[in-house]
Write a protein that binds this ligand. Sequence first.
Ligand code: GLN
Length: 234
Amino acid sequence: GSGGSGGSEPTITAGTAPGFPPFEMKEGGDLVGFDVDLLEAVVEETDYSFEGWEEFEFDSLIPALNNDNIDVIAAAMTITDDRDENIDFSDPYYSADQSIIVRADGDFSPGSLDDLSDRPIGAQKGTTGEGVVNEELVGSRITEGQYNAYDNYVLAVQDLENGNIDAVVLDQPVAETFAANRPVSVAFVYETGERYGFGIREGDSDRQSALNDGLSTVRENGTYEELTQTWFGE
Ligand code: GLN
């Protein structure tokens, strides 16, 4: 940015949490992914100038937004009622359910939540996957001690591969990406009907409408479809 005194050039600094392929991840030191390309394409359609990316753990994104460290969250963040009390969201841009993944070469292949009973389970802190664990497993099918919370899903998947936990609950498109690249497989899908939105500060209606207009433009001009083909092969 120009940083001139009194300048009011509208800008957007975006925040994300890498380690969530193919939405956001590091490749050779670079931040890449569907969210990265999509948000940059959307901002391109607005009057805002794009200032760049800041990286956080997923559960630090909302505080970073509310501390003005960033202006937009682009992190495959599900629009939930709880989050909606602290921030606002753009229109939805992607849909997902949860998946349960296990070791690909293991003898454990659960087909339902009941099959996860008494097993050590992992999820990423502050996610809707953790929400499923807390609502559906902890206190009923598993003990609190059997739930392992990780700063990011890469660490959870590593612990799954190492045999420290027996399953990980995470967003289905990300589960499929891990299953394609690592020795894990999707055991079953747990339908949650989630929709992802870009997070903005509560009451920041200027950025909200700019992002919504930009989203409709990239859907209409074919950019959105190109990006889904690039990142999901759809
Ligand atoms: N969609 C999930 C959530 O919003 C996970 C997002 C993520 O880990 N980046 O909680």
